[in-house]
Design a protein around this ligand. Structure first.
Ligand SMILES: Nc1nc2c(ncn2[C@@H]2O[C@H](COP(=O)(O)OP(=O)(O)OP(=O)(O)O)[C@@H](O)[C@H]2O)c(=O)[nH]1
Ligand SMILES: [Mg+2]
Length: 761
């Protein structure tokens, strides 16, 4: 039977507050002691003594079997297959790194561990043979412990030693303010409890005595939510406050330093030093001027003038120094900022001096990682900071700011708390089934559907958000002289491209950027495609085709006055072959057709193909091209819905999502082009400027997993599976939601997220 163990996934039970408390598992005894016959004298004994064990459920879905495992003695019981009490593998020994962790455990947890041990000793039957069970919980942690009760940020939890061992990764080895758990059910993901977050963004700083500061000359120095909310010359007394008062997860980490203003040649460069030793390291480099020359005790949120020196007291720069003591800083650690002269040399020399004085160069995103670990930001907010710094348009910055102010976190926290409520109800049914009314299944389904709808709504922001972040590469192709370069100039409102009436004017790929509904668009003007004996033009044509192949969206321009020609068909065939999806199609992106020179089009009076009832001088016009094509209306007035489509070959109709009529020389039809582009890119709402926060790819992926878990839950309910299966799916949904805000996140996810940051952020 021992072979079956490998298939069984131990799943610690989560309560509404995160983790099930030991007490609620064994209400009869109030003890985790394993009073049953752990030798396996009979599976029945194990079941009847269920309340005296701390039973946890372990599901083997492959055989649809419900198993129980005791978190104390590790006995397994399978009702269908009989007892399997010996079938347990000793958990791995806890690493030495557990000891500092234990030292930080609250007295409450230690007290509990002792009382547990006492109860365990009292209740242990003589027949018990597992030597590991003779050990106290603390010593279990040093050897091979069955379980450990720990007070994680106020919630009493049962932690499997394997999980506990994983908790003790150096980065997360401290308890407060973010307690970190590892959930075996999720394959070892780290659980960061945000409810132990005393310094959440939005709520501002932790109220301190400094909050009454008069704020003379106040002005935010750190626009990213740093706690530097006032540059205050008054004696605040905060320097007297020790950071040991504040529960910092990163308290024992190195003190880090970096130039946070990048490598630009501005007039000021800022070096940030963060960590427990920040003030003492800074004071080895900083020499205060004026009346502080003879004695200096740095006060929080105050600016000091002075000089920076190296180890030999050689002058490096004149600087301003700002001290922001914990927790009122960006990282919630003690932070000191040196404002040096810009230009690279000064800041580099001061930074080198700080490193010689004991600081370590910060890794990319390390300041923000510390802010996250210390509960200053949730993970979505941390990502929003990276997006804000990298925003290429105002709309992208607005969206990132909305995320920074808690947009994503609030939405996901709401969904998560609804899942937790459901889980609490289901868990209660598992424990106190006889005392509670039966589950209202239709109501349960409605609530699950409601959560799914919420997830879908959140996911709908992903496409637009991704566009705002990454932008679009748009290639303009077509035959010579149709007005490609003119269109680029009109659209970007510039004279970027040379325009002449000579066919073949543009020889190389030309790039220009613009913002379309906040989406950063890189426009590529290309050489007109035609057969040519000119070697330079031939290379240009090859480059045009290469640009079309690589672009997200290809805009093919035709002469709107003459309409589609055989040369256009040749170009179309060269790029799209037998149409999108065919083996001869080279273009990977989406396609849009622009009929330029609309001002030269002679309005048709008959109702034949190509006729138009719209005034050629109207603002802009657009036509649908065939049943399968999206119908793009001109954005301006004067658009006739009855306007006939531009006559196109069938294949072209199916390829181009829309046709937009423009006049580059009269700058008309550009709004319709904007709208068509955004619609094609999947974010039509951006055309009206309506965009607040959005989820990024990582968050969207976690939301999709959560949605899938809820779908499995609905299936389990429909199939009338045991309640345990329901809770497993619900927990999977919860875990995935927790990954979005960082409440439950694996270390590798954090590494990936923060490695995308630039150095100094
Ligand atoms: N009336 C009118 N003329 C236009 C319009 N757009 C471009 N033209 C003219 O058409 C001629 C060619 O314009 P370009 O923008 O150089 O055309 P192109 O497609 O870039 O040509 P190549 O670089 O040779 O491939 C110029 O004389 C423009 O002034 C338009 O919308 N209306
Ligand atoms: Mg050109």
């Amino acid at each position: 039977m021992a072979t079956g163990i490998n298939r069984i996934k131990v799943s610690p039970v989560v309560s509404a507050s995160g983790w099930r408390s030991l007490g609620s598992r064994s209400p009869g005894t109030g003890s985790s002691a394993c009073a049953g016959d752990a030798t396996g004298s009979g599976g029945k004994a194990a079941v009847t003594n269920r309340k005296s064990h701390v039973w946890d459920r372990a599901l083997a879905r492959d055989v649809h079997t419900l198993n129980y495992s005791c978190v104390v003695c590790h006995a397994f019981h399978c009702p269908q297959r009989g007892p399997d009490i010996h079938a347990w593998s000793p958990p791995p020994p806890a690493p030495n790194s557990l000891m500092p962790f234990l030292a930080t455990m609250s007295p409450k947890a230690n007290a509990l561990s002792r009382s547990q041990a006492a109860a365990s000793n009292a209740a242990r039957p003589g027949a018990m043979r597992h030597q590991q069970q003779q050990l106290l919980p603390q010593s279990h942690l040093r050897t091979a412990a069955p379980c450990q009760a720990v007070d994680f940020g106020g919630a009493l939890s049962v932690v499997h030693p394997y999980m506990a061992a994983q908790v003790l990764q150096p980065r997360f080895g401290r308890m407060s303010p973010r307690s970190v758990l590892v959930n075996a059910a999720s394959g070892g993901s780290t659980t960061v409890r945000s409810d132990a977050n005393p310094m959440a963004m939005g709520g501002g700083d932790t109220p301190t005595e400094d909050d009454d500061d008069s704020g003379l000359g106040s002005g935010s120095v750190d626009g990213m939510g740093s706690s530097m909310d006032g540059v205050d010359g008054s004696i605040s007394g905060s320097s007297a406050r020790s950071h040991t008062d504040v529960g910092l997860t990163t308290k024992d980490e190195d003190t880090i330093a970096s130039i946070v203003t990048g490598v630009s040649h501005g007039s000021v460069a800022i070096i940030r030093v963060s960590g427990t030793e920040a003030v003492s390291i800074a004071s080895r480099v900083f020499r205060p001027g004026g009346r502080f020359r003879f004695g200096w005790q740095p006060e929080s949120h105050r600016v000091y003038y002075g000089t920076a020196v190296d180890g030999d007291e050689r002058l490096l720069d004149e600087v301003l120094l700002i001290v922001m003591l914990s927790p009122r800083s960006y990282t919630a650690e003690d932070v000191v900022e040196f404002h040096c002269h810009g230009g690279g040399v000064c800041a580099s020399r001061v930074l080198r001096s700080l490193i010689e004085a004991g600081a370590r160069p910060a890794k990319p995103g390390e300041f923000t990682l510390r802010a996250f670990l210390n509960g200053r930001l949730d993970l979505a907010q941390a990502e929003a900071i990276s997006e804000l710094v990298g925003a290429r348009t105002a709309a992208a910055a607005d969206s990132a700011l909305a995320g920074l102010r808690g947009g994503v976190g609030t939405a996901v926290t709401d969904l998560r708390s609804r899942c937790l409520d459901l889980l609490a109800e289901l868990e209660a049914r598992l424990d106190f089934d006889e005392d509670l009314p039966p589950i209202d299944v239709p109501e349960l389904k409605r609530r699950i559907e409601g959560i799914q709808a919420g997830i879908e709504k959140t996911l709908r922001t992903a496409r637009a958000g991704n566009l705002l972040r990454t932008g679009l590469q748009v290639a303009i192709v077509g035959r010579p002289n149709v007005g490609k370069s003119s269109l680029l100039n009109a659209w970007t409102n510039s004279d970027r491209a040379i325009v002449t009436e000579i066919a073949g004017t543009t020889r190389d790929v030309l790039e220009a950027t613009l913002s379309v509904g906040g989406v950063p668009v890189t426009l590529l003007d290309t050489a007109g495609i035609r057969q040519s004996s000119d070697v330079v033009e031939r290379i240009g044509v090859e480059r045009s085709q290469a640009a079309a192949v690589a672009a997200d969206i290809v805009i093919m321009v035709v002469d709107g006055a003459t309409g589609w020609t055989d040369t256009d068909t040749d170009i179309f065939r060269a790029l799209w072959g037998d149409g999108p999806g065919s083996s001869t199609c080279k273009v990977k992106g989406l396609a849009l057709l622009v009929a330029n020179k609309d001002d030269l089009r002679v309005p048709r009076t008959d109702n034949g193909p190509g006729s138009s009832t719209a005034d050629s001088g109207s603002n802009c016009t657009a036509s649908s091209v065939g049943a399968s094509a999206a119908h793009i209306q001109g954005a301006g007035s004067g658009v006739s819905a009855k306007e006939s489509p531009l006559p196109l070959p069938l294949l072209a109709r199916e390829t181009f999502a829309a046709v937009v009529r423009t006049s580059a020389s009269e700058r008309r039809g550009l709004e319709a082009l904007d709208a068509a582009l955004l619609k094609l890119a999947g974010a039509p709402q951006l055309a009206s400027g309506g965009m607040s926060w959005s989820v990024n790819e990582r968050q969207a992926e976690a939301l999709v997993r959560s949605h899938e878990a809820l779908m499995r839950l609905a299936e389990s309910i429909a199939a009338d599976m045991p309640l345990d299966f329901w809770t497993i799916d619900l927990r999977a949904a919860l875990l995935a939601l927790g990954e979005v805000s960082g409440d439950e996140v694996a270390e590798e996810v954090l590494n990936t997220v923060f490695s995308r940051f630039c150095i100094g952020k």
